[in-house]
Ligand binder design. Structure first.
Ligand SMILES: Nc1nc2c(c(=O)[nH]1)N[C@H]1C(S)=C(S)[C@@H](COP(=O)(O)O)O[C@H]1N2
Ligand SMILES: [Mo]
Length: 419
C-alpha cells in the first residue's frame, strides 16, 4: 500500500471517530480513566513488586505465562481413539508467525519417532547419480530461511456443506505461518544430476502412512525447500522431524513430512493421495486432479466466531490474508455485510506466499453488523463469496474453500457465523 493510501485510511479513521463524537481514547477508557482512580490506591505498589521473583518459573525450555493456558491447539471433539490432527488458535495470534507449539498438525498415521542419526534421504530415478543423504550431509549444504504459510486443502471445507456456529480456530484453523529453514531441493538434485527427461518427482514420507505425492519438476527446481528447522529451532516431531519437504503456496498435503525418498520420473505416479483424496469431484462425475496452489483467501480473526463485544465503541478489526499464487495486494473490509468496502492497512513486510496481517479501525455503534474481509493477490485474483464458490463446485466437492467469511455481530455484542 502506498503512503498516500495509508494517510487517507488514517484520515478516514479520524473522521469516523469524530462522527462517533469521541476520541478513541475516550471510547475505550470509560472504565479506566486514570483521574477517577487516583484516590483509589491506583498507584500503590503491588505485592509482586515487593518481593524477589521466582528464579525458575519455567523449565530450561521456556513456556508461555500460566495466564495464557487457554491459548492451545484444538483437538477434535469428542476425542478420537486415534489423533489425526489439531487446529491453530488463529483468534489468539498476533503478527504473522505461528509459535511452534500452536502450529496445526495433520498426520495420517500418527507422528513417528525418528532418530535423526538414523534418518536417510534417498534420491533416485531419473538422476545420473542416485544418492543417500544423512542428516549430517544435508545440514552441510548452503541453507536459507523463508516465511511461508501452510494451509491444509481441507481447511474451512465443512463450511461448503453447512455453516457451523464455531470459532475461527474450529472453522479455519488448519493454517499456520512459520519461518522455515533448510536447503533448496534444487541444490541437492543438482548433486545427483537431473536427467532432462525427468518431469515429475515422487516424494515419500517415512511415517506409517508413507504419505506419497507426485510433484512437477518445475516446482521442485524452483522454490521447493528441504526443511529441517522451523521458527529458529529444529522441526517439531509433528511437523516432520528431522526432515520435511516444503512447497511454498501449495496445498499442505504435498509438503511431505518425515521425508525419506524422492524419485524422479516422467509422469505422475497416481498415488492414493492424488486420486482417491485431494481431488475435486465435479458435477459431471469427473474429478479435477492436481489443484496445487492455495487460492487467495482472508479471514477476520478479531473479532470472530463465539466472541462477545462488551460495549460499543472502538475496535480494531484484524485478521490474516494469504495466497499461494503470490503476494497479497489489497484487503478490503466491510462492516455492512458486503454493501460497501474500505481498504484495510497491511502490516509490512508483505511477503510472497506468507500470511499477511491486516488491520481496520472500526467504531461499533451498537447496531447489528456483519463483518467481512476480501483479499486480492498479485495475480489479480479476488477472494470469492461463498455463493460463488459453491456455484463453481459441485455438491460433492470438499477441498479448496477460499470463500469470504462473514461474522455477524448482534446488538448484544455476540459474534456468530454470518452465513
Ligand atoms: N509423511 C506425511 N506427510 C504429510 C502428512 C502425513 O500424514 N504424512 N500430512 C499432510 C497434510 S494433509 C498436511 S495438511 C500437512 C500438515 O503439516 P503440519 O502437520 O506441519 O501442519 O502435512 C502433510 N504432510
Ligand atoms: Mo491436509
Amino acid at each position: 500500500m502506498s503512503k498516500r493510501d495509508k494517510l487517507s485510511n488514517r484520515r478516514l479513521f479520524l473522521k469516523s471517530s469524530l462522527v462517533a463524537g469521541a476520541s478513541i481514547n475516550g471510547v475505550i477508557s470509560a472504565n479506566s480513566a486514570f483521574a477517577k482512580n487516583q484516590g483509589d490506591g491506583f498507584l500503590e505498589v503491588d505485592p509482586w513488586t515487593k518481593t524477589q521473583g521466582s528464579t525458575f518459573v519455567n523449565p530450561p525450555y521456556g513456556l508461555p505465562s500460566k495466564y495464557e493456558k487457554n491459548v492451545v491447539r484444538l483437538l477434535p471433539s469428542p476425542a478420537p481413539t486415534f489423533l489425526t490432527g489439531s487446529r491453530t488458535p488463529l483468534q489468539s495470534l498476533h503478527g504473522i508467525i505461528t509459535p511452534n507449539g500452536l502450529v496445526f498438525e495433520r498426520h495420517h498415521a500418527g507422528v513417528p519417532d525418528i532418530n535423526p542419526d538414523l534418518h536417510k534421504l534417498v534420491i533416485h530415478g531419473l538422476v545420473d547419480r542416485p544418492m543417500v543423504f544423512s542428516m549430517e550431509d544435508i545440514v552441510r549444504f548452503p541453507s536459507e530461511s523463508r516465511i511461508n504459510f501452510l494451509e491444509c486443502s481441507g481447511n474451512s471445507a465443512a463450511e461448503l456443506k453447512k455453516a457451523s456456529n464455531q470459532t475461527v480456530q474450529q472453522i479455519h484453523g488448519l493454517l499456520s505461518c512459520c519461518e522455515w529453514t533448510g536447503v533448496r531441493l534444487s541444490t541437492i538434485l543438482q548433486e545427483c544430476g537431473v536427467q532432462p527427461s525427468a518431469k515429475w518427482a515422487l516424494a515419500e514420507g517415512a511415517d506409517g502412512a508413507a504419505m506419497t505425492r507426485s510433484i512437477p519438476m518445475s516446482k521442485m527446481m524452483d522454490d521447493a525447500l528441504l526443511v529441517y528447522a522451523q521458527n529458529g529451532e529444529m522441526l517439531r516431531a509433528e511437523q516432520g522431524y528431522p526432515l520435511r519437504l516444503f512447497l511454498p503456496g501449495y496445498e499442505g498435503n504435498m509438503s511431505i513430512k518425515w521425508l525419506r525418498r524422492i524419485k524422479l520420473g516422467t509422469e505422475p505416479w497416481q498415488t492414493r493421495e492424488e486420486t482417491s483424496a485431494y481431488t475435486d469431484l465435479r458435477a459431471d462425475g469427473k474429478a479435477l486432479q492436481f489443484t496445487f496452489a492455495m487460492e487467495v483467501k482472508s479471514v477476520i480473526t478479531q473479532p470472530s466466531g463465539m466472541m462477545k463485544l462488551k460495549s460499543k465503541g472502538f475496535y480494531e478489526i484484524s485478521g490474516f490474508a494469504w495466497s499461494g499464487n503470490g503476494k497479497i495486494r489489497r484487503v478490503e473490509v466491510s462492516t455492512d455485510g458486503g454493501k460497501s468496502w474500505s481498504e484495510a492497512v497491511l502490516q509490512e513486510p508483505v511477503i510472497d506466499k506468507s500470511l499477511v496481517r491486516f488491520r481496520f479501525p472500526w467504531m461499533w455503534d451498537g447496531a447489528p453488523a456483519t463483518l467481512m474481509s476480501r483479499a486480492v493477490d498479485s495475480s489479480g485474483e479476488v477472494q470469492p463469496t461463498m455463493d460463488a464458490v459453491i456455484k463453481a463446485k459441485s455438491a460433492n466437492t470438499f477441498y479448496h474453500n477460499n470463500a469470504i467469511q462473514p461474522w455477524r455481530v448482534a446488538a448484544n455484542g455476540e459474534v456468530t457465523n454470518g452465513r
